[in-house]
Design a protein around this ligand. Structure first.
Ligand SMILES: Cc1ncc(COP(=O)(O)O)c(C=O)c1O
Length: 395
């Protein structure tokens, strides 16, 4: 954005713009397989049911559906979300849940509530780039804690804390991590809660993918294990229904949630959309829907893993996620993906470069592949293209 207003843009925004460089893969070719999108696959959208729900919302709530605040059906949606969360042990009552414009806005509410400039925020390294950018927008001092296949390394976290680092909060994705694909073990969940209590910081648990498990057993959410009311839990309709509705929520300590609600200056979260989805959820069985779409994701994940095994050159490794949308590919140290993104796009795939998921300069030999959107044949074509370019570079 080297235009005539550049000098007027704040330093904070300039830093954010630097994160959006072409190494994202954002400038890639439109005919390349979209392994970058964290989107549901298009056939998963229940279009006919939603047309019906839209008409029901208008018929039933009439003009109230269209005012600030909405009508009864919007309230029904909120109540259904709270009930579902309580079924998962998330300790919800009327006072401690806020419905937000996607879980992205839930992250903003947390930042608004908690971050003063230069506050330390700990994240898993790697972490969700949207959250990372938002923490940086709020001028936090963001530091990464390493992970392995069982999630955040609590021993490493303990060392950081014992060295005197005092975070305001730690942001984590215990289930089906974006981008790493891993799930935090039960032992680490408990240890993380203990450390949060011992060193008195808050936890922000982002569970955008929590209901999309394809193998193994569900583990309890951090908030369900939390006895000291220090976990904010973030949820979303985006991955189990559709991101275009922009519906998410945040559950947290009641005293802070009251203030969070006051800080959220947006005229209320989509009252009409809430009414429409309230009408939709009344008519369908959401659990059944989730079981059905999981099948579509499981097939895609398996196709992607098959292609990786078949085509990737020796010396490369990848996560084997039990759920969610993402595979995390590790290439040999000698490969720098940031200079390969154009070649990969040219060869026919649009993954994301790993470095954008780190608060520091790591991730240059990683790629994030999202398997949620392309079909199985496209996944094979895209992964084959990545393998071809990687092998060429390794030679
Ligand atoms: C981990 C994580 N959190 C939050 C979001 C934001 O999702 P939404 O605002 O659509 O709920 C995403 C989107 O991809 C995500 O991957």
């Amino acid at each position: 954005m080297q235009d005539r207003y550049y000098d007027l843009v704040s330093e904070r925004v300039r830093r954010n713009m630097e994160r959006q460089s072409p190494s994202w893969g954002g400038a890639a070719r439109p005919d390349a397989v979209p392994l970058n999108y964290g989107f549901p696959y298009p056939e998963s959208y229940p279009l006919e049911d939603l047309i019906e729900a839209c008409a029901t919302a208008l018929r039933e709530d009439g003009s109230e559906a269209l005012r600030y605040g909405g009508g009864p059906l919007a309230g029904e949606f909120d109540a259904m979300v709270a009930d579902r969360c309580n079924e998962r042990g998330l300790q919800v009552d009327d006072e401690n849940i806020i419905v937000t414009n996607g879980s992205a806005q839930a992250i903003t509410v947390v930042c608004d509530l908690l971050i003063d400039p230069d506050d330390v925020v700990l994240v898993e390294a790697p972490t969700y780039m949207g959250a990372l950018r938002e923490f940086e927008n709020f001028c936090a001092d963001v530091r990464g804690v390493d992970m392995d296949d069982d999630g955040i390394l609590t021993e490493e976290l303990e060392r950081i804390l014992a060295d005197g680092v005092r975070p305001k909060f730690l942001y984590t994705m215990p289930n089906f991590h974006n981008p790493a694909g891993c799930t935090m073990s039960m032992q680490r969940r408990r240890r993380l809660l203990e450390l949060a209590e011992e060193y008195n910081f808050l936890l922000v648990e982002d569970d955008a993918y929590g209901e999309l498990r394809y193998d193994g057993e569900d583990l309890p959410a951090l908030r369900a294990l939390d006895e000291t009311d220090r976990v904010f839990h973030l949820g979303s309709m985006s991955k189990i229904l559709a991101p275009g509705f922009r519906l998410g929520w945040i559950i947290g300590p009641p005293s802070l949630m009251e203030q969070g609600d006051r800080l959220k200056v947006d005229g209320g979260t989509g009252p009409f959309v809430r009414a429409m989805i309230g009408a939709y959820l009344r008519e369908i069985d959401l659990d059944e829907r989730i079981i059905r779409i999981r099948e579509g994701y499981r097939r895609r994940r398996d196709a992607a893993l098959r292609a990786l095994r078949e085509y990737m050159p020796e010396g490369c490794s990848w996560s084997e996620p039990e759920g969610g949308y993402f595979l995390w590919l590790t290439l040999p140290e000698s490969v720098d993906v940031t200079v390969l993104m154009e070649d990969i796009a040219e060869a026919g795939a649009n993954p994301l470069a790993g470095n954008i998921f780190f608060p520091d300069d790591r991730g240059r030999n990683n790629l994030r592949l999202s398997f949620s959107y392309p079909d199985e044949a496209e996944l094979e074509r895209g992964i084959r293209a990545i393998a071809r370019v990687t092998a060429g570079q390794m030679e």
